[in-house]
Ligand binder design. Structure first.
Ligand code: NAD
Length: 468
């Protein structure tokens, strides 16, 4: 049995390795570096920048730690070098994983010729024009940055999250359009690098899909760091004025202008439905992406789709777990053995993080979602300023909000339905609550779990204790 996977991002390559280990002859086709957006121009290079930003913030705050005047020269080329070397190291790790005896990696672009065959186009004459037929396909071709359809959107200096990772120098003035995850992460990073940063957001609050309490507190923290954030801002146009870009926006019917050296467009991502010629295979899709069922199967029964191309939660870890579901369906249908663990995968419990300073993280339902769905809940809060480790780290900013069921037909009294964290290392802390939620744990079970002291994790325990 042969499985062909198109795209070698976290969805594609992890599924290829798992399929190969299950004994499936697996072909994976990648038209770029293996690792996809996440590894090459997303999560990983951004985290490398984040670490540099953290180092700069510590140096800027050196006096707090009794360290006197620290004069230094900030060499941005070293930031890029370090980022490139982190990416290269991880990329070679992925290439190593794909050297499995059951995997053939083809470098090139795959287009469906019909529902059973893809054709490769490549610079390599050995693979260019090659046709691959397969019993099953998984499409994992990802997404691309959206652009606002406004005048000036193609001007030089108007960039996306891809280009900003290879920017030649730190812009003096950076204007970010969109206060979603990408916009805020880069706003935070470049503020630490010394840019004057202005963020323009269309909605009435930042991070529209996050808990409103969390979004408000994060906004306050970012503003305190000197980042300008305008919400309810309708961006109209971008113009060039000499060596500057000028972004014009409307707020409450009044026109405002922001000057910038670079403008970052961070207004969402769109599924790559035009790549791979999926029309030729008769695959159903819309503006939100390829339509799939709970097994990640498209309308063409032997073709599956996973990750950003399916729209929804565009997160690397979601793509990976969707790949596990698709592979399980393929294995079962082919009379092969899956280990059954996939039955426990809960795609309604997906932690997500925003790597700003301070970090924010979320899992499960927000308070507003529960209200709108008439789920009776109470919210339990605790604060980083009361946590010994946070104070020792000089990271007093932050809070934890647990959303807990009052008890209803659907949820047991005390069942944890969500957690919203803001503060140092929130992205790491959220995993504990995600694990508990996967087991439908109650807040009493969390409160009776011994936590090490002194740790930031005790912030979550403190929130749970407020229920007792
Ligand atoms: P997003 O949807 O998170 O945010 C886009 C923001 O742009 C929204 O707040 C939206 O209201 C705003 N916007 C839209 N039109 C606008 C306009 N005309 N003017 C001003 N603002 C406007 O999208 P993103 O930040 O581009 O991220 C894309 C995807 O990548 C998301 O699904 C995100 O979760 C994912 N991602 C995740 C991480 C992470 O997990 N840390 C990091 C980066 C990206």
């Amino acid at each position: 049995m042969r499985l062909t996977i198109i795209g070698a991002g976290p969805g594609g390559y992890e599924t290829a390795v798992a399929a190969a280990k299950s004994g499936i002859e697996t072909v994976i086709i990648s038209d770029g570096h293996v690792g996809g957006t996440c590894l090459n121009e997303g999560c990983i290079p951004t985290k490398s920048f984040c670490r540099n930003a953290e180092a700069m913030d510590l140096i800027a705050n050196a006096e707090t730690f009794g360290i006197g005047d620290l004069s230094y020269k900030f060499d941005f080329s070293k930031v890029l070098e370090r980022k490139n070397s982190v990416v290269a190291q991880l990329r070679s790790g992925v290439e190593g994983l794909l050297k499995h005896k059951n995997i053939t990696l083809i470098r090139g672009n795959a287009s469906f010729k019909d529902a059973h065959t893809v054709r490769i186009s490549s610079d390599n004459p050995e693979t260019d024009g090659q046709e691959i037929s397969s019993d099953y396909f998984i499409i994992a071709t990802g997404s691309h940055s959206a652009t606002l359809p406004i005048p000036g959107n193609k001007l030089e200096g108007v960039i996306t999250s891809k280009e900003i990772l290879d920017i030649e120098s730190v812009p003096k003035k950076l204007c970010v359009i969109g206060a979603g995850v990408i916009g805020l992460e880069f706003a935070s990073i470049f503020r630490s690098f010394g840019s004057e940063v202005n963020v323009l957001e269309y909605c009435k609050d930042i991070l529209p899909r996050f808990d409103t309490d969390l979004a408000k507190r994060l906004k306050q923290a970012l503003v305190k760091r000197g980042i300008g954030i305008e919400t309810g801002a309708q961006v109209q146009s971008i113009e060039r004025d000499g060596d500057k870009l000028v972004v014009t926006y409307l707020k409450k019917d009044k026109e405002f202008r922001v000057e910038a050296d670079k403008v970052l467009m961070a207004v969402g991502r769109r599924p790559n439905t035009t790549s791979a010629a999926i029309d030729a295979a008769g695959i159903e899709y819309g503006p939100r992406g390829v339509v799939v069922d709970a097994d990640m199967r498209t309308n063409v029964p032997h073709i599956f789709a996973i990750g950003d191309i399916t729209g929804g939660m565009m997160l690397a870890h979601v793509a990976t777990f969707q790949g596990k579901l698709a592979l399980k369906a393929i294995l079962e249908e082919s009379g092969m053995c899956s280990n059954g663990d996939e039955a426990r995968i809960r795609l309604d419990i997906v932690p997500a993080a925003v790597f700003t300073k301070p970090e924010a993280a979320t899992v499960g339902k927000t308070e507003d979602e529960c209200k709108n769905a008439s789920i009776p809940v109470k919210c339990l809060k605790s604060f980083f300023r009361a946590n010994g480790k946070a104070l020792s780290m000089d990271e007093p900013e932050g809070f934890c909000k647990l959303v807990v069921a009052e008890g209803s037909e659907a949820y047991a009294p005390g069942q944890i339905l969500g957690c919203h964290l803001f503060g140092a290392h929130s992205a790491d802390l959220i995993q504990e609550v995600a694990s508990l939620m996967n087991h439908n744990a109650t807040v009493a079970e969390l409160a009776s779990t011994v936590h090490a002291h002194p740790t930031l994790g005790e912030v979550i325990l403190d929130a749970a204790h407020t229920a007792l």
